[in-house]
Design a protein. Structure first.
Length: 202
């Protein structure tokens, strides 16, 4: 049965989990950007989605006033065609090296410098060389940024393993071991030691 463009977009939105963020480019396979934008605007009237900012919408989740930072950051990245990696206090929090949620969520990207505000949530994006943001897996890249923030000799391999093992699964550690050589020498040495400790636990 033939579905109109409106029906195709609505069907895709209905399949999303509550809380997910979508941008116009997520529907490139269905229609032209201008058409997608008009349809999403109309679907806001039915409250299937809510507009966050120009070209960005979210499927509202019960008991939540706003999307998660992860969803917001991912939406911004897709909207702009960027690769992004958390940095500084954000990276420390994301990989499990800090329990303190950052006041400002900071990322490096292969795009331009830009700040976004969604209510009280502030996200900052700063340009960095492509090798830091698009040549590594997501968790390896975030961990390298976190360790740069901590500084050399700030944490032992044992302490690092204990902190990240709740967030990293076996596949993540395998990728970490493979990609460690791309990090600065002192970080590479630390990551290799952590991966060796992890293997001994198996």
């Amino acid at each position: 049965m033939f579905e109109t463009l409106h029906e195709q977009i609505r069907t895709r939105l209905e399949k999303l989990l509550p809380g997910q963020v979508v941008v116009i480019s997520d529907f490139d396979d269905i229609a032209e950007p201008k058409t997608v934008s008009k349809i999403l605007q109309r679907l806001c009237d039915s409250e299937l989605v809510h507009k966050l900012t120009r070209g960005m919408f979210w499927k509202k989740a019960p008991q939540k006033e706003a999307p998660s930072v992860k969803e917001l950051a991912g939406g911004i990245a897709r909207q702009n065609g960027w690769h992004i990696v958390p940095t500084g206090e954000t990276a420390l929090y994301v990989v499990g090296l800090s329990d303190e949620e950052p006041e400002e969520w900071a990322f490096i990207s292969d795009g331009t410098n830009r700040n976004y505000s969604f209510g009280e949530t502030v996200l900052t994006f700063r340009h960095a060389a492509a090798r830091y943001v698009n040549s590594l897996s997501e968790k390896t890249a975030a961990l390298i940024q976190a360790l740069k923030s901590l500084g050399q000799n700030a944490i032992s391999p044992e302490q690092l393993l204990d902190a990240i093992k709740r967030r990293f699964d076996r596949a993540d550690f395998a990728k970490l071991a493979e990609e460690a050589k791309k990090a600065p020498a002192w970080i590479a040495s630390l990551l290799i030691a952590v991966c060796s400790l992890y293997e001994n636990l198996l």
